[in-house]
Design a protein around this ligand. Structure first.
Ligand SMILES: [Zn+2]
Length: 300
């Protein structure tokens, strides 16, 4: 009897062993599957769309089936952004980022939240007492999600694409330059890494915050593409910062004849000697750049 028991235990152990190491039981640990799927997603180009929203900012990042929107222009540009996203075949956004709560950045996001499924919403951790800010909070709430307030160093993945955004500002190191009375200093600055390329999205950050970033994250500043800060205002884009980023491509988003007189000439004075290709939404309309195999190109 004792021998027979031992024999049964051996059979049971073998069955359990075979089951535990079958592919179905351990799909996540199968190394070939992980490698092949990450290779195929990185082969797909990433596109950056600097949407012409007049005076304001709206940038769409598309990596395969994944998409992230940074800012949405003024409320009056909401339908422009919604139509543009629809024409790109987008039904769902993995994330929306509001760099800071000025109307020319968050106004259009209310329409975007109404029109599309938004999986995550990131914004500055500082409230603003305006109607459009309240409308934005309501629209986020209606989406059934909670806003998230990222800190410097936080990483925002772009779906499953392998592309990611890293938050470079503001952070605790910006405490001296962060001003409650100037929402531009709250701007979330994000670095995109995708397809062996990089891009810097600066919102309306200021020269003082740029100085902080030169000190705190100097290695993360050199980028292939720069969304020029604050519509080309001289309140940002200091010479040292532009030289540290040293972009091959720069895009300035603004409306012709805007009352602020933007962009200022200094940004061209600093970018042109670097050989940077400069695009302006007021002159070029929506600008689309493709990132693939470590190279940036203007989409046809
Ligand atoms: Zn702005």
């Amino acid at each position: 009897m004792k021998k027979r028991h031992n024999f049964l235990w051996v059979i049971m152990a073998m069955v359990l062993f075979a089951f535990a190491f079958s592919k179905e039981f351990l799909p996540a640990m199968h190394p070939d599957e992980g490698i092949s799927s990450s290779l195929s997603s990185s082969d797909e180009a990433t596109s950056l769309h600097f949407i012409n929203v007049g005076q304001g900012d709206a940038e769409l990042i598309v990596c395969g089936d994944d998409a992230v929107l940074i800012d949405g222009g003024k409320a009056s540009a909401g339908s422009t952004v919604v139509d543009y996203l629809s024409r790109q075949g987008i039904a769902e956004l993995d994330a929306v980022i509001a760099t800071h709560p000025h109307e020319d950045h968050i106004g259009g996001l209310v329409s975007v939240l109404d029109a599309f499924q938004v999986d995550a919403f990131y914004m500055s951790d500082e409230a603003m007492d305006t109607d459009i800010y309240e409308k934005l909070l309501d629209a986020i709430d209606n989406e059934g999600i909670q806003p998230q307030f990222p800190d410097i160093g936080d990483v925002i993945p772009i779906g499953d694409s392998g592309a990611k955004l890293t938050v470079l500002a503001p952070g605790p190191d910006s405490a001296d330059t962060y001003s409650k009375s100037d929402p531009n200093t709250w701007s979330l600055v994000c670095r995109l890494d995708a397809n062996g390329c990089s891009a810097l999205f600066t919102g309306d950050t200021t020269a003082a915050v740029e100085k902080d970033m030169l000190r705190t994250v100097p290695n993360l500043l050199p980028c292939d593409v720069l969304k020029v800060a604050h519509h080309g205002s001289r309140t940002a884009s200091s010479k040292d910062f532009i030289q540290a980023v040293s972009p091959s491509y720069a895009v300035i988003s603004y409306a012709d004849g805007n009352s602020y007189g933007l962009p200022n000439h200094e940004v061209f004075d600093y970018l042109e000697p670097l050989g940077t290709k400069i695009y302006e939404t007021a002159k070029d309309g929506t600008v689309v750049l493709q990132l693939k195999n470590g190279k940036v190109s203007l989409a046809a």
